[in-house]
Design a protein. Structure first.
Length: 176
């Protein structure tokens, strides 16, 4: 059987189909790159690439062992506690954050960042400096700063039972 000869209309249709396929392909490629970029930005913003507030503090602030308080290590940072808290939040998003104004035993300008494994307390230190207090673990940080955060945070992170470790006690009786 012989194939019918192509007409000028068939050639135009093939060209239009080819252009359409190229446009659709380009849109798909652009969408994939946009999705990868958005996911990458989210990972960086949320500290998902292994970055932690603990590592950020150790790498960016000056260690000052003379200001240590037991298992809570001291660092000095340039800026106000609110500015330093923002920088630390950019490195790793905390579970919760409290300001000195919302805590009992208020220290004006203080900030408290809660992470699953440790706490960070930020206090005004000198002219435009902040004393960054990084706890060894969650429990030591909670014990040290209980007077500031005890009404807001539980002493045992991830606690899911009822009783004294859940603010208010009993099932459904409190929490964060």
């Amino acid at each position: 059987m012989s194939r019918p000869s192509s007409t000028p209309g068939d050639d135009a249709r093939r060209r239009l189909n080819r252009v359409r396929n190229i446009i659709v392909g380009a849109i798909v490629v652009i969408a994939i790159f946009a999705l990868i970029g958005a996911c990458g930005a989210r990972i960086v913003r949320e500290g998902g690439l292994g970055g932690s507030a603990r590592d950020f503090i150790a790498q960016n602030y000056q260690r000052n062992a003379a200001l240590d308080d037991g298992d809570v290590h001291a660092y000095l940072a340039e800026g106000t506690p609110a500015e330093v808290a923002e920088d630390i939040r950019d490195a790793e998003r905390p579970t919760d954050q409290r300001t000195g104004a919302s805590a009992t035993g208020n220290i004006a300008g203080a900030q408290f960042l809660q992470y699953p494994d440790y706490l960070v307390a930020l206090f005004p230190y000198a002219a435009h400096q902040t004393r960054v207090m990084l706890s060894k673990d969650y429990r030591s940080g909670y014990n040290r700063y209980h007077s500031y955060v005890g009404g807001f945070w539980v002493p045992t992170p991830g606690y899911s039972g009822s009783g004294s470790s859940n603010r208010g006690g009993g099932s459904g009786g409190g929490g964060k």
